[in-house]
Design a protein around this ligand. Sequence first.
Ligand SMILES: [Zn+2]
Length: 209
Amino acid sequence: MQHDGVGGACFSCGRPWGNGCACQFCNQMAGCPQGVTLSSSVRRLGAHLVDGVLCLVTCVIGWLIWSLIVYGNGQTPAKQLMGMRVVNLATGTRAGWGRMFVREHLAKLLIGLLVGWLVLPYFWLLWDKNRQELWDKLLDTAVVDDPEGQVTSTPQTEIRYVEQPYRPPQLPPSSEQPTPWGRQPSGSDRQGEQGGYPPYPPPPPPPRR
Ligand SMILES: [Zn+2]
């Protein structure tokens, strides 16, 4: 089967996917097994906090050793406790040890030096459509909720994330037939959802001055 990426109907809930790496309705992550969802901003920011606390209470060194052990699973200590995982956006596989090491130590350091460590880099995900931090963008990663460890190191589905051009919200495919006057139904035409379109032409355009 050929897939040119997501963009049509969600393979988990069947509703229109939307424009990002995860379904706009159920948060199913592209390229990942069904049920693996893009982590919410609240959980992402919570994990930053938990990592910070763990780092302090283990005098940094404990957190560091723990990190080096779990990086191979695409996790940090907080992500392991919270059932979250860093995935490779292009393949839907878990981020490997090398990518995690670069993400956590080199990319965060570099971005911290360039734009400062405080508000901006950590809150970037709030306005990013894929809830990516700047270091996620640098390394092409995203963070998912995967408490059962369904995301492995091999791709699980052919349905990958490919950056989609902006498209306005669409109705499900069943009601997407062209009307007699060739106009496509749009998201605001709620009556088209159930029983098609009335067979009259649109009103004539207003007279031009
Ligand atoms: Zn969905």
